[in-house]
Design a protein around this ligand. Sequence first.
Ligand code: BGC
Length: 460
Amino acid sequence: MTSEPGRVTGFVLVVAAIAAVAGILFGFDTGVISGAILFINEEFSLTSVTTEVAVSSVLMGAILGALFGGPLSDRVGRRTSILAASVIFIAGTLVVVLSPIFSIFIIGRILIGIAIGVASFVAPLYISEIAPESIRGALVSLNQLLITVGILIAYGVNYSFAAAGDWRAMFLAGVIPGTVLLVGMFLMPRSPRWLMFMNRPAEAATVLKKIRGTADVSDELGEIERSVRTEGAGTLSDLVAPAVRLPLLLGVGLAVLQQATGINTVIYYAPTIFQFAGLTEATASIAATVGIGVVNVLVTLIAIRLVDRAGRRPLLLWSLAGMGIAMLLLGAGFALENSGAGGAAVSLGQVTAVSLIIYVAAFALGLGPIFWLLIAEIYPLSVRGLAMSLATVTNWAANFLIAATFLSLVDLIGESGVFLLYAVVALLAWLFVFKLVPETKGLSLEQIEAYFRSRGRPGG
Ligand code: BGC
């Protein structure tokens, strides 16, 4: 088997960076609602139930988008799916911005969700299929970097329009990255691997030559062709083929674990958690929240530098260890405070700030970027869109469940109980990764496929 390290060209970096703009849409909509919701509440006179609908409708849409995005990306291609997602995103944003009544607002939010659901996995999928293996981890993780940047931009936009109470302007800002993605992707080539899968080898060769900057792409093309020939047609029943079972378990398992370790309770509820900890001044808790957003971006940059050198496994294991320890610290802090033993050398506010920063840094170092990276690497070409879509639906559904249950869980078992529960889940996730996740750094997608095929064989 050839293992030519694919050539890194300026063009391939541009292609990856443009596709990664999809991450900004994801992050922006994750962050913008928290600032806008107060004013939306006022304008449409929402109850607590309709407020929940306003917040979670985007997650519902994302589940739908992720569900249909798989077959879409296998049929019409990765590039066309991202283009479709950007059009739906812009349309949804305009519906939200112009909505005269609440029900139309919700339709817009669902459209935005559908777009994000599709883009959230087709962008990493597309990048993984054009990237040379030596920097595939870094290029796919650009998508996660732009998710974290999108969250931060949303905080900035929220802040800028909060004084005027202009929630429509907050949402309107999303049109800018939406348009950049639409125009940018229009100029980008199709995925060469998808072209081969559709039996269009001449076009695949043209694209490969361009992105690799060389006239001789026969080795890589041959490797892709062999893997296309070995595989079936790529139907739903192929999802349970022996070679796909383990990758499927990994994708779905990591999807649940990425969410069940609590990241979005921190991203969505950081100001609330700080208030639980006694940091009642709004400015202090907002500053602390922005600090978390900045750490998320900075450490993701570090992960991008490390992921193709240290590898996926060590980063994931360190990441989960850090997240577990941080949650343990946070849970212990709240438990001590509640038992009356707190108030010693450090305040609960300080413990909370330090643990949340460690937690987010640890997430950004591994589980954040590497979940999306691994699901873009571990599936055979014939079912890649379908299988990624399944892992992504699971991720959005888990995101929805964890966010929806956080406050009621706190009522039920207390803050310390919830954080200790996340620590236990982090431990389980560590064991899951330790036992099951293989190292994929430096391997071509076809080599990864061959690895899982050999594991799927009896006695393999
Ligand atoms: C997760 C999101 C999360 C974000 C935070 C992503 O990898 O899938 O649910 O909000 O990271 O940075």
